[in-house]
Write a protein that binds this ligand. Structure first.
Ligand code: NAD
Length: 493
């Protein structure tokens, strides 16, 4: 984890009540409802946000439709869209302190990590997508027909983006940036717990020159406004990131309407340490893999599989090192692990740790809440000796919990790694290059890391297999999922 010291001066922001952003205007929800946003590090209210309903959502879709149909965005040359996206990136860099403060108070992210990870990745995604906007296009096709045949890459129309609570900024950007690059308009429904950066980004997009109606933000509950977005016939594509349970429902509604979808869902990755690994180096990646974002990380590595000769050694090192990871106030620049985003998330972790104890798990570190006088803190926790069938191993806990299991052979490690319903990420530690390639090919995951964890970049696609979803974000693949190909064949006869 790269911790920067540029954040020493970032303090908790004062945030006034926020409204919906529809058709370039800030508006109250039609029914006048609002909901409260809480600072996870104190449990105290930060501000209130307008709570949209299905009628507000409909207004947003109509605005996005009108903005798409009149070509104010889709009709711009790719190079002009790119120029505006680059301005978005520049403003994100310029306003980084403000964005860090908002994201940190909303989610509980340590400011030391929020800047290099969440904010800089956002700027980089806009820069990368600006390049895609300029270079994407169709191609000529050779054919024996007496014809000139070529393809055009066209935007889909109105994209409905639904995002989860844990990486609000990055995950909304991973949809909005490629959607805009391809010429679409967007209706974004951020998670109800953490909508503040989406509203701040609406300001930034406007300041950069994205025309009114092109990006609309409707805040509110998944069960009401999220559901209305899924059901709306004016939506041409649904880009969903969230839990497998809600994703399954979203995909079935989209299936009924024959709306294209991408699904970025839950994860429960295995991190394999082979006997030929550089253990000192591996420990850093292992700890990063399960404490990063307080374990609220779909691509985290919460299942550690260790070659039996190294099993007790690795447990011993983790038992020493994990209690030393700095947990605390996200606005303290020394903090590496902040609070969880809400009390319900801590309670879920508590339930899983209770199950682990009942299943014979050995608590090597943590195993309880951390009392810092308020806020939703849980100690980074390491649990050994659980059977592979335990729910604690098989299910997505989404907290700072690592289970550790031994294995005897390469085949067994791969079988254990592939033994859950998920397939988002996976990783291995080895000094044997042949093994790295061999095992990477057999792991059921959308991305495999070797000798580190969470190496992500806008150029490298990610997404899931199995119940972790389908479709890819990042890379040129992202643009493909926000555009359609039309073939044109012109007779030369
Ligand atoms: P969630 O599924 O509870 O909510 C995700 C979004 O869906 C929220 O905006 C929510 O309001 C909305 N929603 C809820 N019910 C809805 C409905 N009936 N119709 C439409 N929208 C609805 O997920 P969460 O708790 O916010 O996020 C955590 C989950 O997201 C974890 O499972 C995690 O693995 C996953 N996740 C996946 C990725 C990825 O890239 N694959 C990234 C981050 C998080």
């Amino acid at each position: 984890m790269t911790v920067t010291d540029d954040t020493a001066v970032i303090t908790r922001p004062q945030i006034g009540p926020r409204q919906l952003f529809i058709d370039g205007q800030w508006r109250e929800a039609g029914a006048g409802e609002r909901f409260e946003i809480v600072d996870p590090s104190t449990g105290k209210p930060v501000t209130t946000v307008a709570e949209a309903d299905a009628d507000d959502l409909d207004s947003a879709v109509r605005a996005a439709r009108a903005a798409f149909d009149d070509g104010r965005w889709s009709g711009l040359p790719g190079r002009e869209r790119a120029r505006i996206l680059l301005r978005v990136a520049a403003l994100v860099r310029e306003r980084a302190d403000e964005i860090v403060a908002v994201e940190s108070v909303d989610v509980g992210k340590p400011v030391s990590l929020c800047r290099p990870v969440d904010v800089m990745t956002t700027a980089e995604q806009y820069e990368y997508c600006a390049a895609l906007a300029q270079t994407a296009g169709g191609s000529n096709r050779e054919t024996p027909l007496d014809a000139h045949a070529y393809t055009r890459r066209e935007p889909l129309g109105v994209v409905g983006a639904i995002t989860p609570f844990n990486f609000p900024l990055i995950l909304s950007t991973s949809k909005i940036a490629p959607a805009l690059a391809a010429g679409n308009t967007v209706v974004h429904k951020p998670a109800e717990d953490t909508p503040l950066s989406a509203l701040l980004m609406a300001e930034i997009l406007t300041e950069a020159g994205v025309p009114a109606g092109v990006v609309n933000v409707v805040t509110g509950k998944g069960s009401t406004v999220g559901e209305a977005l899924l059901q709306h016939r004016g939506i041409d594509k649904i880009a969903f990131t969230g839990s497998t349970a809600v994703g399954r429902h979203a995909a079935s509604v989209a299936g009924e309407n024959l709306t294209p979808v991408t699904m970025e869902l839950g994860g429960n990755a295995a991190h394999i340490v082979f006997e030929d690994a550089d253990v000192d180096k591996a420990i850093g990646a292992i700890i990063k893999g399960f404490v990063f974002n307080t374990g609220q990380f779909c691509m985290g590595g919460p299942r550690l599989l260790v070659a039996r000769p190294l099993y007790e050694t690795v447990l011993g090192i983790l038992g020493q090192a994990v209690p030393g990871v700095p947990v605390g106030d996200p606005f303290d620049p020394a903090t590496v692990v902040g609070p969880m985003a809400g009390d319900k998330h801590v309670r879920k972790v508590e339930e899983y740790v209770q199950i682990a104890r009942a299943d014979g798990g050995r608590i090597v570190a943590g195993g309880e809440r951390l009392d810092l006088g308020g806020g939703y803190y849980y100690k980074p926790t390491v649990i050994a000796d659980l059977p592979n069938t335990s729910r604690v191993v098989q299910e997505e806990i989404f907290g700072p919990v690592l289970t550790v299991q031994p294995f005897d052979t390469e085949d067994e490690a791969i079988a254990l790694a592939n033994s859950t319903e998920y397939g988002l990420a996976s990783g291995l530690q080895t000094s044997n290059v042949a093994r790295a390639h061999r095992v990477a090919a057999r792991l059921q995951a959308g991305i495999v890391w070797v000798n580190d964890w969470a190496m992500l970049d806008p150029a490298v696609p990610f997404g899931g297999v199995k119940n972790s979803g389908f479709g890819r974000e990042y890379g040129p693949e992202a643009l493909e999922s926000y555009s359609k190909v039309k073939s044109v064949v012109i007779s030369l006869a």
